[in-house]
Each structure stands twice: as structure tokens, then as C-alpha cells.
Write a protein that binds this ligand. Structure first.
Ligand code: ATP
Length: 254
């Protein structure tokens, strides 16, 4: 296990968005979180990646309590995430967008940048090499010089993956990676997630596309009204009565 949540709870005023959730994110696996709209999936992501401080409960990463660490510290420990919509710098190239993502890990300071010291130039080169490497990994070497504003939705999704990978994460949280793309493109992204796992990266995703999840995920947690109602393999989840009821009338077939 890589990340563990213990009794994780988040309240917004009188609303409990995530309630007492115990979950183990398995190392080297594709872990998925599903649930009807408003079930608390994004809130759960925000708690684990440090964007929200929980009302109570803990997040343990490799045995260390990271519950109250700020997002940048959590990122430095090897936890990366993507967002439902990726805000790219539309007027910059794909390559430059990814280079910016990699700066998180670089060691030069402002003075280095102003004086263009050796260290700065060395780090610049490292950033560029890393960006090219991750763009190759996600299959975008052919569009590195295009403006981000001109690329397709599917390519933007791949850039979002590249941005997450540029920080050399141990685990990536993907928030609805296949939203807004067609089924052929969805297959492509699923393949990319498998490739990430083969590379040793642990994946945790939220996704509404059930078919994709059922084929892809090694482990699934189902949230409903903030509570974990089921956890297990695709088969276990598909046959779980509580899950079937939670989805009745919902968009389980989306
Ligand atoms: N910052 C916030 N302030 C107040 N309420 C919030 C906040 N964020 C989420 N909520 C509420 O918490 C509940 C869970 O929301 P959340 O976005 O985590 O669900 P979700 O499962 O990700 O939904 P969706 O599938 O629609 O994205 C919802 O009732 C939502 O309105």
C-alpha cells in the first residue's frame, strides 16, 4: 500500500462531503474512485493531495502522516495530480507548458536566472530534456512546437498527463481524465495509464466512464453521499447490491 486514508472526513458547513473514509491506494496498481454526482470524489482527491485540510482523519503516505502538509510539499514527496480541466497557457507551445511544470523540481533561484549562471543553464537544459522525455512518453513528440491553444481536447489530456509526469511522481491522481473525449481516444488514454503503471507509477483516478473503469481498474472504491459503500475488483463492484442501488437512475452507463 502506498497511501492510506483513515477516517477521512471533510465538512463544508453542515454538509459532510467525505465521511469517515478508510481507503488504501495500492502501489503499482490502477486504483479508481467512482460514485454518483456529488458523491465526494473530487473532495477526496483534494484532501489526499493537500488542497483541502480534512475536518478530521488522516492521510498516510509511505507511512508518513501528510494530513496537514501544503500541496507543494506533498507534490515534492512524489504525489502529482491532474484537474478536471487543465488550464494550459494557450499562447505558449506544448513544450513550454511542460517545461513550466518541471520547474517545481529545479534548483536555481531568481539570481541564477537573472545572471544566467551555469547552474541556471544546466537546469534549463534538464527541464527541457525532461519535458521532451515525458512528451515522448505520452505520445506527443509531433506537436511539441504547437501552441497549446491549437491542439485537440485529447492532446490536452495527454499534456495534462505529461505535466503530472514531469515532476517524477510516485503516484498520480487523475481527475476524470477521459471527460469530453470520444471512445477511441478513451482507449488510447487507458493504454497510457497502463503504460504508466508498467513504468512503476501508481495511478488513482476518478472517472465517470464505467466501461473504461471496469476494464482498467485493479481496485475500485465507490463513494455515495461522502461515504464508502463498496470497495473491490470490477467484478465485486458490478455485483454489489448497494452500488447498483446507488446508481439506479444515475449515469452508470455513461
Ligand atoms: N468548496 C466547497 N464548498 C462547499 N461545498 C462543497 C465544496 N466542494 C464540494 N462541495 C460539496 O460537497 C459534495 C461533494 O462534492 P464533490 O465535488 O467532491 O463530489 P464529486 O463526487 O466529485 O461530484 P462530481 O462527480 O459531480 O464531480 C457536493 O455536495 C458539493 O456540492
Amino acid at each position: 500500500m502506498l497511501i492510506e486514508t483513515r477516517n477521512l472526513t471533510k465538512q463544508f458547513g453542515g454538509l459532510t462531503a467525505v465521511k469517515d473514509v478508510d481507503f488504501e491506494i495500492e502501489k503499482g496498481k490502477i486504483n479508481a474512485i467512482i460514485g454518483p454526482n456529488g458523491a465526494g470524489k473530487s473532495t477526496f482527491f483534494n484532501l489526499v493531495s493537500g488542497s483541502y485540510i480534512p475536518t478530521s482523519g488522516q492521510v498516510i503516505y509511505r507511512g508518513k502522516d501528510i494530513t496537514k502538509l501544503p500541496p507543494n510539499k506533498i507534490a515534492e514527496l512524489g504525489v502529482a495530480r491532474t484537474f478536471q480541466t487543465t488550464n494550459l497557457f494557450e499562447q505558449a507551445t506544448v513544450l513550454d507548458n511542460v517545461i513550466v511544470g518541471h520547474r517545481l523540481r529545479t534548483k536555481y533561484n531568481l539570481l541564477d536566472a537573472v545572471l544566467r549562471t551555469k547552474r541556471y543553464k544546466k537546469e534549463e537544459k534538464k527541464c527541457k530534456d525532461k519535458a521532451m522525455e515525458v512528451l515522448d512518453f505520452v505520445g506527443l513528440t509531433n506537436i511539441t512546437d504547437q501552441l497549446a491553444g491549437n491542439i485537440t481536447q485529447e492532446e490536452k489530456k495527454r499534456v495534462a498527463f505529461a505535466l503530472a509526469l514531469a515532476t517524477d511522481p510516485e503516484v498520480v491522481f487523475l481527475d476524470e481524465p477521459a471527460a469530453g473525449i470520444n471512445s477511441g481516444e478513451t482507449e488510447g488514454l487507458a493504454e497510457l495509464m497502463k503504460k504508466m503503471v508498467k513504468r512503476g507509477i501508481t495511478v488513482c483516478l476518478i472517472e465517470h466512464k464505467m466501461q473504461m473503469i471496469m476494464k482498467l481498474a485493479d481496485k475500485i472504491m465507490v463513494l455515495n453521499y461522502g461515504e464508502k459503500i463498496a470497495e473491490g475488483s470490477s467484478e465485486e463492484i458490478m455485483n454489489n447490491q448497494d452500488v447498483i442501488e446507488a446508481y439506479l437512475g444515475g449515469d452508470a452507463s455513461a
